[in-house]
Design a protein around this ligand. Structure first.
Ligand code: 6PG
Length: 468
C-alpha cells in the first residue's frame, strides 16, 4: 500500500473534522481516521472524495509517509490512552503523535515519558477556538522541542488564526508546556465568562435592564476596548429569540453551568504552586454553586430572595468588566510564569500573549498591549508592574469598586468581580492582616512568627500579657 499522506488526524468529532477540512483546504496532504465506518464514509462523501477517511487503524497509519505525524483530537483522559494503545502496534520508530485534546498536563508528562521510551515522538498541544476556530483558524499551543515543532510547524501554521499576518501557533516551552498554557487559558476563560454573566446579572436583575438593552450594550462595548470573542458572542447570544416559546432564548436556559474540568485544574495547580488566582477560583465555585438549583430554591424560600435594586451607569459596568478581564489575564500569566520556573518549561510569556491574540476563546484587543509588556520585560512577575497596564487598571478600578459595591448592596452575587477587586487591593496593600494569622498560629500551635524589626523566629507566651 502506498503511503501518500503527510499528516493524519484521529478523532473526527466537530473539532477534528473542522480542523481536518481546514488542513485540506490549505493544501496539506491529510488523512483522517474514525473508528465508525459509516461516519468515515459520510465525511468522505461530504468532501466529494477530496478527503480519505479510514476506519481501519492499520490502513490509516500505513497511508502516512514515514516518519509519520499523527494528531489526536479525542476526549481527554482514558479515551486518549485507548486510542494511543490501539495505534502503537502499527507505529514505527520516530513516528510522532500530537495530542491536541484538552489533556491534563500531568497525563501529557506521563505519555511523553512512555512514548519516548518506546522510540516515538510525542507532543501535547492545546487547541482553542471551538468548531468555528478549528475550521477558520484556531490558536494552537504546542509544547516540546524546536526540532519537534519543525516537523509539524508548517501544517500548523498553514491552518492557524492570524494576527497581523502572524500565525497564532508557537512553541510554549518544553514538555507539557502546551497543555499547561491551554489549561490556564481555560481558567482565564472561566473567569471572563463568569464576569460577563455577573455584569449581565447586575444590569438585568439589579438595574432592570431588558435582555435587548443588554445585548445592545455588549454590541457597543465590543467596538471599543472590550472587543473580544466572549463579548462578541454574548452580544449574539442575547439577541437570540426562543424558537420554542415566547421571549429570549437566554431566559429559557437552565441556570446550571456545566464544566469539563480545565478551570478546576487551573485552580488546583495554582494552589499547589502557591500562586493566587482568586478570580479563577471564584469562577469555578460559581459554576459549582449554580449546580445546586434545588437547594438554592430551598434556601431562598427560608432566607428570602434577592430584592435589591441598583442604579448604575452602564459605562461604569463596562469599565468594571474590562478591569476584571485585565486582572484575569494578569493572574493567569503570573501562574504560567511560576509553572514555567517550577516545571522547567522555559515558557516565553510574550509568545503566550502572541498566540492568544486571535483564534482562541479568550482573544481580545487587550492581548497585543499585554504582549508588548512582556516584550519589554520578559521576566515581568506581575502585569500590574507594567507602566501602561498598571495605569490602565488603576483608571478602571473606581468603576469596578462601584459595581461591586452596588452588587453587594443589592445582594446580587458577583464573586469574580469581587475576587478581582480583592486581588488588586491585596497586591497594593503594603501591610496585610496576615500578622494576625501568624499570631493565632503561634498561639495555638507554637508555629512561631517572624518580626518586622529584627531577624529570627519568635514564639510568644500569649496568655502572659507582660510579653515573652
Ligand atoms: C477552547 C475551549 C474548549 C472547550 C472547553 C469548555 O479553548 O476552545 O476552552 O477547550 O470549549 O473545554 O470547557 P468547559 O466544558 O469546562 O466549560
Amino acid at each position: 500500500m502506498e503511503a501518500n499522506h503527510d499528516f493524519g488526524l484521529i478523532g473526527l468529532g466537530t473539532m477534528g473534522k473542522a480542523l481536518l477540512l481546514n488542513m485540506l483546504d490549505n493544501g496539506n496532504q491529510v488523512v483522517g481516521y474514525n473508528r465508525t465506518p459509516s461516519k468515515a464514509q459520510a465525511i468522505e462523501a461530504e468532501t466529494e472524495g477530496r478527503l480519505k477517511v479510514y476506519s481501519d487503524m492499520e490502513a490509516f497509519v500505513k497511508s502516512i509517509r514515514r516518519p509519520r505525524a499523527i494528531m489526536l483530537l479525542v476526549t481527554a483522559g482514558a479515551a486518549t490512552d485507548e486510542v494511543i494503545e490501539g495505534m502503537l502496534p502499527f507505529l514505527e520508530p520516530d513516528d510522532f503523535i500530537i495530542d491536541g485534546g484538552n489533556a491534563h498536563y500531568r497525563d501529557t508528562d506521563r505519555r511523553l515519558k512512555d512514548l519516548t521510551a518506546k522510540g516515538f515522538g510525542f507532543m501535547g498541544m492545546g487547541v482553542s477556538g471551538g468548531e468555528e476556530g478549528a475550521r477558520r483558524g484556531p490558536s494552537m499551543m504546542p509544547g516540546g522541542t524546536p526540532a519537534q515543532y519543525d516537523r509539524v510547524g508548517k501544517v500548523l501554521e498553514s491552518v492557524a488564526a492570524r494576527f497581523d499576518g502572524a500565525p497564532c501557533v508557537a512553541l510554549m516551552g518544553h514538555g507539557s508546556a502546551g497543555h499547561y498554557v491551554k489549561m490556564v487559558h481555560n481558567g482565564i476563560e472561566y473567569a471572563i465568562m463568569q464576569a460577563i454573566a455577573e455584569v449581565y446579572d447586575v444590569l438585568h436583575r439589579g438595574a432592570d435592564h431588558g435582555v435587548p438593552e443588554i445585548a445592545d450594550l455588549f454590541g457597543k462595548w465590543n467596538e471599543g476596548e472590550l472587543a473580544s470573542f466572549l463579548t462578541e458572542i454574548t452580544h449574539v447570544v442575547l439577541q437570540k429569540r426562543d424558537d420554542l416559546a415566547d421571549g429570549w432564548l437566554v431566559d429559557a436556559i437552565s441556570d446550571k453551568a456545566k464544566a469539563k474540568g480545565t478551570g478546576k485544574w487551573t485552580s488546583q495547580d495554582a494552589f499547589d504552586l502557591g500562586i493566587p488566582v482568586p478570580a479563577i477560583d471564584a469562577a469555578v465555585s460559581a459554576r459549582q454553586l449554580s449546580g445546586y438549583k434545588a437547594l438554592r430554591g430551598e434556601v431562598s424560600a427560608v432566607q428570602g430572595g434577592v430584592t435589591g435594586v441598583v442604579s448604575l451607569n452602564p459605562d461604569v459596568v463596562r469599565d468594571a468588566l474590562l478591569a476584571t478581564m485585565l486582572l484575569a489575564y494578569a493572574q493567569g500569566l503570573t501562574l504560567i510564569r511560576t509553572a514555567s520556573l517550577d516545571y522547567g518549561y522555559e515558557t516565553n510569556l510574550e509568545t503566550v500573549a502572541k498566540v492568544w491574540r486571535a483564534g482562541c476563546i479568550i482573544r481580545s484587543v487587550q492581548l497585543e498591549p499585554i504582549r508588548a509588556a512582556f516584550a519589554a520585560n520578559p521576566d515581568l512577575e506581575s502585569l500590574l508592574l507594567d507602566a501602561a497596564f498598571g495605569e490602565k487598571v488603576r483608571g478602571l478600578i473606581p468603576s469596578l469598586r462601584s459595581t461591586v459595591e452596588a452588587a453587594v448592596a443589592a445582594g446580587i452575587p458577583a464573586p469574580v468581580l469581587s475576587a478581582s477587586l480583592a486581588y488588586y487591593d491585596g497586591f497594593r496593600s503594603v501591610r496585610l492582616p496576615a500578622n494576625v494569622i501568624q499570631a493565632q498560629r503561634d498561639f495555638f500551635g507554637a508555629h512561631t512568627y517572624e518580626r518586622l524589626d529584627r531577624e529570627g523566629s519568635f514564639h510568644a507566651h500569649w496568655s502572659d500579657s507582660s510579653g515573652q
